[in-house]
Design a protein around this ligand. Structure first.
Ligand code: FAD
Length: 446
């Protein structure tokens, strides 16, 4: 195979390119990446719109490809999470041996002060180019699939230009029109279901981020109408506010930010600015159908991603698995199903159902005082223990908020007997305190 065309220069596309170029041996294929996005621009135009929380496993995957993420890409090293509810909050440290980082997916927010450093996606794309990929800064408009599978695929791009490809990797994510184009290409592809998120980059002074966020990601389950989860991710001189919900809009994001339980996490004199950088990206919530045909495979979010968390890691996994299949010459539809689709589905498809169940349970429980308070107390009690293994509830929350373990294992931990026993103990303690007239504190400082 001579030429691989990759449509999309996000994490799945660039890592696929890197794997192809680094592991092909003496005769690497010609790799062409199409992406029109100006990653060197500030604001949503040059950004792949995400909270920018990156797990250490992502950095390790890149290091295995000989790519070391420079300090200029990293905005902050996350030390802990703070979980906030209507009845108080708890802080918990990272799982021992793990590190989380924050980064921008573009150059940074649209703001007169700008933000120094390099975006994660820009860094990945330039690493692929340095390794030998060609980047064409154009949109792909359509694909012409040959009736004879031996022939190449015609890729149409820019202003009526065409290029022939021996293999096509579609890494377009879910935020462009291209999933619809693929659906109409006639090989049976159906894009994943999506819902909207809303994000804002809120400017602060670096000192304020240090003092008020203390390298901690804050996660909010407040039971607010239409908002299933909110999060604040610290950057150097901004914090990224993300709200999730089936139909969230900017008004919901502001309702969330101005809620007293949220706004008290900001400095006392803080006011919501009139203008701030914000975006409405789509979140993939299911698996695409028929993501392959002869010589073509869909990778990243446009195929499958870990439900609500750690999407960059799943993008890297699908991009790498696709590249391996290409290098092994397994590019017929049947071979791709066996060597690409199957391992990706085995890793994420069923597990995402457990994830959906976990987030549903979490959302439901977060609305009820008698569920929330014993869990918070459990985490507070666990904070006194040294051994991570003795912190079942902390583990459940950590893995749920970071997506760093299969959802199935989180669910089985959450349903385990030891977990239920500890929860019951806290529940009984709570009842005892109530009977003694000492209700647990309803207000807690962040
Ligand atoms: C609100 C929100 C917060 C998130 N937070 C996190 C987080 O903190 N951590 C995490 O790990 N994941 C997070 N994710 C998920 C993560 O963003 C995605 O899983 C990841 O970006 C998927 O990578 P991808 O390469 O498949 O697609 P994308 O990153 O979407 O990249 C697709 C690329 O394809 C290009 N493209 C599209 N169509 C065409 C075309 N026709 N021609 C040429 N190029 C094209 C686009 O310009 C884009 O650059 C978040 C997602 C959302 C929506």
């Amino acid at each position: 195979m001579k030429r691989v065309v990759i449509i999309g220069g996000g994490p799945s596309g660039t890592v696929c390119a890197l794997h192809l170029l680094k592991n092909a041996g003496a005769h690497p294929p010609e790799v062409i990446i199409f992406d029109k996005k100006p990653f060197s621009h500030y604001g949503p135009l040059g950004c792949n719109m995400c909270a920018g929380l990156i797990s250490h496993t992502v950095l390790e995957t890149l290091e295995a490809l000989g790519i070391s993420v420079p300090a200029s890409v990293i905005q902050r090293k996350v030390k802990s999470h703070f979980f906030e509810t209507r009845w108080g909050g708890v802080s918990f440290e990272n799982e021992p041996g793990t590190t989380l980082y924050t980064a921008y997916r573009g150059m940074g927010p649209l703001d007169p002060r700008g933000e120094e450093g390099l975006g994660f996606d820009q860094f990945l794309l330039s690493s692929a180019v340095d390794s030998g990929a060609q980047h064409i800064q154009e949109m792909v408009s359509s694909l012409e699939l040959p009736s004879n599978p031996i022939k190449s695929i015609r890729v149409k791009y820019g202003n009526n230009k065409t290029i022939e490809a021996d293999v096509v990797v579609v890494a377009c994510g879910v935020n462009s029109d291209f999933p619809r184009v693929l659906k109409e290409a006639g090989f049976g592809y159906t894009p994943p279901a999506t819902f909207h998120a809303c994000q804002a980059e809120i400017p602060l002074e670096e000192e304020e981020v240090n003092n008020w966020f203390n390298n901690s990601v804050k996660v909010f389950s407040l039971g607010l109408k239409g908002i299933s989860l909110g999060a604040i991710t610290p950057k150097r001189r901004f914090v990224t506010v993300t709200v999730l919900g089936a139909h969230v809009r900017r008004a919901d994001l502001e309702r969330f930010l101005l809620h007293p339980t949220v706004s008290r996490h900001f400095p006392p004199n803080w006011n919501l600015p009139d203008k701030y950088c914000h975006c409405h990206p789509k979140v993939a919530t299911s698996t695409a159908k028929n993501p392959v045909t002869h010589k073509l495979m869909v990778v990243g979010d446009a195929f499958i991603s870990r439900y609500l968390k750690n999407g960059i890691e799943s993008a890297l996994y699908t991009g790498t698995t696709a590249a391996k299949a290409i290098l092994e010459g397994k590019i017929s539809r049947e071979e791709l199903i066996q060597h690409y689709v199957k391992p990706c589905r085995e890793r994420y498809h069923l597990d995402n159902y457990y994830g959906k169940l976990l987030f549903k349970m979490h959302d439901l429980f977060a609305r009820h005082y008698w569920f929330v308070v014993p869990r918070l107390q459990m985490v507070q009690e666990e904070a006194k223990k040294r051994d991570w293994k003795e912190k079942p509830e902390t583990q459940v929350l950590w893995h749920l908020f970071t997506g760093s373990a299969p959802y199935r294992s989180i669910l089985s931990r959450a349903l385990s007997r030891s977990f239920a026993t500890s929860l019951m103990r806290e529940y009984l303690n709570m009842i005892k305190k109530r009977l003694k007239g000492k209700p647990p504190s309803k207000e807690q400082k962040p």
